[in-house]
Design a protein around this ligand. Structure first.
Ligand code: UN1
Length: 501
């Protein structure tokens, strides 16, 4: 495999950051690239005290920001969207450098940011509350949505910018201020986004304090989670992380919005259009080297078509180019680090010891970085290893005979993020989307599990944490609701007909 020179990669990061207007940082945290596994740069790591300082600054800024009319707040987000468009390729470069995504997917991720900015600008004029009929004469009953306060955003390496933007664009139009703790694996990408947002704030004469960036590991995250001035903690990451975050935030009666692991499945029924299914499956399972929360990990196939489908996926996998994510034609970039590679190998070993057969893939490619061929594994049944999310490109295949069993198998795992069915049978499709169908937050028909648009609410059930981000009415999580009763009469009738005095 032909990989670029590490110093050339560092130089690419340097120029992309410079074009975004960010300083070339220095400090005690090492930013690396999974492309070669080497250092790009060092940058300053924050302490718990720094986090508390950032929260205090965001809290101060909130005092004014909450009273700025929402459409004016929208103007900042509009400007952010413009800057993101202008720097789309710079940001995509950084995403490829730090997260290892192929260029097309990196550009797609930046596009998600641009899209959510547009959505949020529109939303800034649509933060609707309801008016209800009052049971009392001369009274009006209504609700008002107010900003909630400081939002702590904790994001993961695999979507280093899109998930931040879903939270931040919406939070800002809602009148909240944001403290962002990105993954310590993708700090330079975060620095670029933070710089662009600060530029947008300056361009609109808005207070710079509304957005704060804190860089570091668990202690930085913990300081954010425990700070009582953080009204909402929106955290994306592992189920293990969510189990730590949720009780700590709940203990101080803060709110949390969790987007945790997925262990996404697709059902393929006898009527499926297999050409389309294979394309959808391969993108969802092997794309992003299996490192999306929405990556397809479990295939539940009718036994009559299983051999054919497995053969076709395996043939498609053989065509996948694994390598430098900057290269044209490469569809699978590196895993993020050695730990991801080790986790993949032990999952494959576990699958084999439960009777699974590796049809293809799983082996390392080259001797630099962590490049692997996506693995396809036939399993005799949905054993324990299929109940856990391994953040790597492993697609397990099990078969079913009765459609009800397919749904039961599909729902039998602890996670509940994304799901899909490939079928041309309307009864099966509708059943999959019905109350007794898929139990996930996202349920698709004839597309894969990954690659959701920003317009819908994104998130899932069970161990996935229950939060919803991005489109639809997910904005409500970033606001507090006040119910208002206004008496415009000269009487004081009590509700429920109560007499008092
Ligand atoms: C994630 O993996 O955390 O639906 C987010 C998708 C992307 C977002 C994934 N739009 O695959």
């Amino acid at each position: 495999m032909n990989l670029p020179d590490p110093s050339a990669l560092a130089e690419r990061a340097h120029s992309a950051l410079a074009r975004c207007g960010a300083e070339w940082p220095t400090g005690n945290l090492t930013a690396r690239t999974p492309i070669t596994g080497t250092e790009i740069r060092t940058l300053e790591q924050h302490s718990a005290d720094d986090v508390n300082g950032a929260v205090a600054a965001a809290h101060d800024a909130f005092g004014d920001w909450r009273t700025v009319p929402a459409p004016i707040r929208g103007a900042v987000v509009r400007q952010l969207g413009r800057l993101l468009s202008e720097h789309k390729t710079d940001l995509a470069e950084l995403v490829t450098l730090e997260a290892g995504k192929i260029s097309s997917e990196a550009l797609g991720e930046v596009q998600e940011m641009i899209d959510i900015c547009e959505f949020a600008v529109g939303l800034s004029r649509q933060l609707y509350g309801r008016t209800m009929p009052s049971e009392r004469p001369g009274h009006r009953l209504m609700e008002t949505w107010h900003p909630i306060g400081v939002v702590g955003v904790i994001s993961a390496f695999n979507f280093p910018v899109a998930v931040w933007s879903w939270n931040t664009a919406i939070a800002l139009v809602c009148g909240d201020t944001v403290v962002w703790k990105p993954s310590e694996t993708t700090p330079l990408t975060a620095l670029a986004c933070h710089t662009l947002l600060r530029r947008a704030l300056a361009d609109c004469d808005a207070p710079r304090g509304v957005h704060q960036l804190v860089i570091g590991g668990r202690d930085v995250g913990a300081a954010l989670v425990d700070n009582p001035q953080v009204a909402l903690v929106s955290a994306t990451g592992s189920v293990r992380m969510g189990r730590e975050v949720a009780p700590r935030v709940a203990a101080r009666f803060g709110r949390s919005l969790l987007e945790l692991g997925g262990n996404n499945g697709a059902v393929v029924t006898p009527s499926a259009d297999l050409d389309l299914a294979v394309r959808g499956i391969v993108f969802s399972a092997a794309g992003t080297a299996g490192q999306r929360c929405t990556s397809l990990r479990r295939l539940i196939v009718h036994e009559s078509i299983a051999d054919e489908l497995v053969a076709r996926i395996s043939a498609a996998y053989a065509q996948l180019q694994v390598g430098n994510p900057f290269d044209d034609g490469v569809l699978v970039g590196p895993l993020i680090n050695d730990a991801a590679f080790e986790a993949m190998q032990s999952a494959l070993t576990a699958a084999q010891s439960s009777g699974g057969t590796v049809v293809c893939g799983g082996e390392r490619v080259g001797d630099t970085g962590c490049y692997v061929r996506p693995a396809l594994v036939r399993m005799p049944k949905q054993s324990e290893i299929m109940h856990t999310e391994t953040f790597a490109p492993i697609l397990y295949v099990v078969t079913y005979n009765e459609f009800d069993d397919a749904i039961a198998l599909h729902n039998a795992v602890p996670q509940g993020l994304s799901s899909s069915i490939f079928t041309l049978d309307q009864r099966e499709a509708e059943r999959f989307l019905a109350a007794d169908g898929s139990d996930c937050g996202i349920a698709n028909v004839n597309i894969g599990t990954s690659g959701a648009e920003i317009g819908g609410a994104f998130g899932g059930e069970k161990d996935t944490g229950g939060g919803r981000e991005s489109g639809s009415d997910a904005w409500k999580a970033y606001m507090r609701r006040a119910t208002n009763t206004i008496n415009y009469s000269d009487q004081l009738p009590l509700a429920q007909g109560v007499e008092f005095g």
